[in-house]
Write a protein that binds this ligand. Structure first.
Ligand code: SAH
Length: 339
């Protein structure tokens, strides 16, 4: 039985049509679930008793649970327990321009990036749509905030859980759902080319971020397994196609690994690779993990890298850091718990 929070509004409309009810019942249900945040079906006063009974019979209302919260001034890190006792995490960040949340898309990850803590624990399963939606609902309730933007950059590779992630985006983007504007939703991928091409054709105006992290093929294969399947040059060609098709700027993520990918020669190579593309590069200070062979680049090296990109007319920013004190870095909380 599917969870009620798995359903984009159009699918819920199909459901009501299938039981000979009016489509707009779906909108009423959405108002209860997402506007009023009330999942007590028997209190849904504008829906008749026989339909409420049917809803209760046809859908599950199971919820994931918050099992731990770590806090500092601007960040809260949540560990969730799923109904099969698996653990995932999400991070809430308070920026001066609003709140954002980083959500997980899978239990573990199979992409095998050498520097990443999440991938240390192999994928157990995909998250269901409701398990992504509820990360947002539960965090908003716990922190008593409304979330302004969502990045799908927690544990997992979102495009490796394509259908559930798309349904999740539809629900959070729906004006009657969680109502987060498409421009405030970002999907981050390590570069699954066929899925990026599928994704670009969808009528969703969400942002795409690509975890590039390297300036040439050999280096990328060394630190990102996925590059052996989809190499950097094909990926760049795919990003160009995406930009052309969607007319949207793409974010290039580049995690700064000391003496691995942060030399001046890498900066020059990267500038060459991205020349003329409508992208901006986000340099990410590495959060050190148990992968002891990788260290964070010094501030000086990051600034130098930044300057070279700037001089070569590449849009670039350095990511502001959050939650360093509370293991808010990329899969660390779960990894600590599961070990
Ligand atoms: N699988 C997706 C989304 C999850 S990872 C992807 O690869 O994009 C989100 C981002 O965090 C990726 O850019 C990833 O490379 C980066 N990342 C992983 N471990 C990190 C660490 N220890 N410090 C900083 N960034 C990290």
């Amino acid at each position: 039985m599917k969870n009620i929070y798995d359903y984009p509004r159009e699918s819920l409309e199909d459901y009501f049509v299938s039981i000979n009810e009016k489509k707009f019942k779906a909108t009423q249900v959405y108002e209860w679930l997402y506007e009023k945040r009330n999942s007590d079906v028997n209190s849904w006063s504008n829906i008749k008793k026989d339909i409420r009974d049917k809803i209760l019979k046809d859908f599950s209302f199971d919820s994931i649970e918050i099992s731990k919260v770590e806090k500092d001034d601007l960040t809260r890190k949540y560990l969730f327990k799923l109904n099969d006792f698996e653990k995932i995490e999400a991070v809430l960040m308070m920026h001066d321009y609003g709140t954002s949340i980083c959500v997980s898309s899978q239990v573990g990850c199979n992409m095998g990036c050498a520097f990443c803590e999440s991938g240390r624990l192999k994928k157990v399963r995909n998250l269901e749509t409701y398990e992504m939606v509820e990360q947002i609902l539960l965090v908003e309730k716990e922190a008593n905030v409304r979330i302004d933007s969502v990045v799908i950059m927690g544990i997992g590779e979102p495009l490796d859980n394509y259908d559930n992630v798309i349904n999740f985006i539809k629900i959070i983007n729906d004006a009657k759902g969680i109502a987060i504007g498409a421009r405030h939703i970002t999907v981050s991928t390590c570069g699954l080319i066929p899925k990026i091409k599928e994704f670009m054709k969808l009528p969703l105006q969400v942002n795409l971020a690509i975890s590039l992290h390297a300036s040439n093929n050999e280096l990328r294969s060394r630190i990102m397994n996925v590059n052996k399947a989809y190499n950097i040059y094909d990926l760049i060609a795919c990003i160009k196609e995406y930009i052309q098709y969607t007319n949207r700027r793409v974010t290039i993520e580049y995690v700064m690994l000391d003496n691995v990918n942060d030399n001046e020669s890498n900066a020059l190579e990267l500038a060459e690779l991205l020349k003329g593309m409508n992208v901006y590069v986000n340099l990410i200070p590495y959060n050190e993990t148990n992968h002891l062979e990788f260290k964070r680049s010094s501030k000086n090296r990051i600034f130098k890298f930044y300057d070279i990109l700037k001089q070569n007319k590449i849009n670039v920013t350095i990511r502001k850091e959050f939650g360093g004190k509370i293991s808010a870095a990329c899969g660390q909380l779960r990894s600590k718990e599961v070990k």
